[in-house]
Ligand binder design. Structure first.
Ligand code: PEP
Ligand code: MN
Length: 337
C-alpha cells in the first residue's frame, strides 16, 4: 500500500501517521520529494482499512498495490482449484453441468427430471427447497419436504444434490443432507451466513449478487475461505443493467476476469441470466467457449405449469440437445463434457 501526503504536510503529522501504522506491525519505507512524502507500507495490508488513513486531512491519496483478498487470490495459489462435490470434481478438464428444476415441486417431478438430466449426461442435480421470491405471495418452496424429496432423487439416481440455503438456522440440516450448498445472489453479502458456511467443509456454490462487482463477489468467497472452508465455486448468473429484454445481463467478461485474479472454479447460470429458455443454449455455448468450468441449468418436465421460472426452463429433450451441442465447443477449448 502506498500513502501520498499533501504538499506542505508538517513533519510531526507524518511521524504520527508512521507511528500509527508501525504500531500495527507494518514496515514503512519513506521517500520524500520537494512537495510530497510517499510512504510505502509493507505487510498484510488486506487487514488495513484505507478509510482510516484517508481520514487524515493531510493525506492526498492511498493506493492499494495488493488486492484485499488472500485465500481466493491466484497470486498465492497459482494452480486452478478443483473442488470435489461428493466424488464429482468441479474445475478440472471436464466441464460439469448441474441441472434440474428451479424448485422441487413433487416426488414425480424431481425424480423424473433427475433421471432425464442424468441420461443426458449431467452428474449433479439442482432443485430449490427454500426459494428467495420477490413476492411473499409467490410459491416459497417445499422447504423441509423439498430437502427430503431431493434426497429421494439422489437415492434413485446417485446424483449429488445442490440446493440453496437462505438462513443460518437451517445450516445443520443442509450440512447433513446436501452435497453442495448454494448461496443465492440475494444472499451473496449475507456475511453472517458466509461466516457460518466457512466453519463447515461443504462445497459452496456462491452466486454473484445482482449488482455486485467482481471484487465484492471474490471478497464474499474470501469470507467463506477465511473461516477455513476452501471449497468455494463461483457462479456468474447475470447482473442488473439498464437492459430489460433479458432478465439480467450475462457478464461473460467476469469469467476470464475471475480466472485471472482467483484460482476458484467458475460456473455459469445462463437460465437466470437470460430468463428466456431459448437463450440458454447460445449463452451456455459462449460460457464454455470463454472458459467456464461448468454450467447450472434449469430443466423442467412441464415448464408451462412450473411453480417458478418456467419461462427460462428447458424441457428434457431440449436439454439433451444442448448437451450434445456443447460437446463440440468443449472440444474446441480442449475440455470434455
Ligand atoms: C436459483 O438458482 O434458483 C436462484 C434463485 O438463483 P439466483 O440466486 O441466481 O437468483
Ligand atoms: Mn430459478
Amino acid at each position: 500500500m502506498v500513502i501520498v501526503t499533501k504538499p506542505g504536510t508538517r513533519n510531526e503529522d507524518i511521524l504520527r501517521l508512521r507511528m500509527e501504522i508501525e504500531s500495527k506491525g507494518f514496515i514503512i519505507h519513506e521517500s520524500r520529494g520537494e512537495n510530497f512524502c510517499v510512504l510505502g507500507v509493507v505487510g498484510d495490508t488486506a487487514k488495513c482499512d484505507i478509510r482510516n488513513i484517508m481520514v487524515h486531512e493531510f493525506v492526498e491519496k492511498v493506493l492499494r498495490i495488493q488486492e484485499p483478498y488472500k485465500k481466493a487470490n491466484r497470486l498465492f495459489h497459482p494452480e486452478d482449484s478443483i473442488i470435489d462435490v461428493a466424488g464429482v470434481p468441479i474445475g478440472g478438464k471436464k466441464i460439469q453441468v448441474i441441472a434440474g428444476p428451479c424448485s422441487v415441486e413433487t416426488r414425480d417431478q424431481i425424480i423424473s427430471v433427475a433421471e432425464d438430466v442424468k441420461a443426458a449426461g449431467s452428474l449433479l442435480l439442482r432443485g430449490g427447497a427454500y426459494k428467495p421470491r420477490t413476492s411473499p405471495y409467490s410459491f416459497q418452496g417445499l422447504e423441509e419436504e423439498g430437502l427430503d424429496l431431493l434426497k429421494e432423487a439422489r437415492a434413485a439416481t446417485g446424483m449429488p444434490i445442490v440446493t440453496e440455503i437462505m438462513s443460518v438456522d437451517k445450516l445443520d440440516r443442509f450440512v447433513e443432507d446436501v452435497d453442495m450448498i448454494q448461496v443465492g445472489a440475494r444472499n451473496m453479502q449475507n456475511f453472517d451466513l458466509l461466516k457460518q458456511l466457512g466453519k463447515t467443509n461443504k462445497p459452496i456454490l456462491l452466486k454473484r449478487g445482482l449488482s455486485a462487482t467482481i471484487e465484492e463477489w471474490v471478497m464474499s468467497a474470501e469470507y467463506i475461505m477465511a473461516g477455513g472452508n476452501n471449497n468455494v465455486i463461483l457462479c456468474e448468473r447475470g447482473i442488473r443493467t439498464f437492459e430489460t429484454y433479458t432478465r439480467n445481463t450475462l457478464d461473460l467478461s467476469a469469467i476470464p476476469a475471475v480466472k485471472k485474479i482467483s484460482h476458484l472454479p467458475v460456473v455459469v447460470d445462463p437460465s437466470h441470466a437470460a430468463g428466456l429458455w431459448w437463450m440458454v443454449e447460445p449463452l451456455a455455448k459462449a460460457a464454455i467457449a470463454i472458459g467456464a468450468d461448468g454450467l447450472i441449468i434449469e430443466v423442467h418436465n412441464d415448464p408451462e405449469n412450473a411453480l417458478c421460472d418456467g419461462a427460462q426452463s428447458l424441457k428434457p429433450d431440449r436439454f439433451e440437445k444442448l448437451m450434445k451441442s456443447l460437446k463440440v465447443i468443449a472440444e474446441a477449448v480442449d475440455r470434455t463434457i
